[in-house]
Design a protein around this ligand. Sequence first.
Ligand SMILES: [Fe+2]
Length: 309
Amino acid sequence: MSIFKNWTDEHTQKFDKGIFTVDHTIESSGLFTDEALIELLDKHPHNMLDVCTMGEHEIYQNQFRTGDFRDCDSATLLQAVKDGRLWLNVRRAMNLHPEYNALLKEMYGALAEKTGQTEFNANGGILISSPVAKVPYHADKTHVLLWHIRGTKKIYVYPTTQEFMSDESYERILTNTLIDDLPYKNEFDASATVLTLTGGEMAAWQLNQPHKVINETFCVSVTTEYSTRKSGFKNAAMFAQSLQRQKFGGNPTWDTTAMPSKVIKSIFGKAIKKAGLYTPTTNVDYVTFKVDKNVPGYIADIEPVARDF
Ligand SMILES: [Fe+2]
């Protein structure tokens, strides 16, 4: 099976340097039909599945909330996504199950062939999300590709300047394992590149480029992420920069740092991490609802408890 339908030299040039979409054929694997997804949810480990909701709520206004799905069968879970506000992240599904992993290898084999880059060590998850699901303005720490498969969603991708994401905000993402959203203003949208995906497209942008996603229908997508020497180098250095800011004050910036200093920051950052001198902040993941098929909207609030499944 050929993974890409219309890859051109322009795509090769833009890879990791710009925003683009390209058509892919991964739906024809048959691994993303309702039946296949139900089978996948049945066998996927509980601790690798996130069931979330977000939206209007008295207490949890516009916050991502984690749910307990263990009493719910997979077919109902999928139906709840279609009917309601749920969002499923089947983490590392593309790595953990042999048939999905075979496809992931084909996808990255095709990318390596097209781009000449072979350094990939990709993780892949499957996102199954409802018509009203949104992913707020954020940036990812590693190289991310979105392989959209079913439904319609809009992705807004924003410029990489300090105005859209300051170094300080990015450092905060690096040093806190559960935070990845960024300060956002409505007027940012005027500068965004908007991609409307209707299924069968892969969307790509630059490393750390801020983006948000708005679903228009029920959607199924694969997101893959990989680290490179480039992202590892930058993240280690920004880690050091964060410490520099916190301990010594000042306002260091990445863009204006000369290469030799970037190298020193990066080595310093790796050393700090290795020595365990800097512990990233980890927030406890609280479960605040249960997926209950007898409740309209399938969401039953519970007393918050720390997630242990
Ligand atoms: Fe993202």
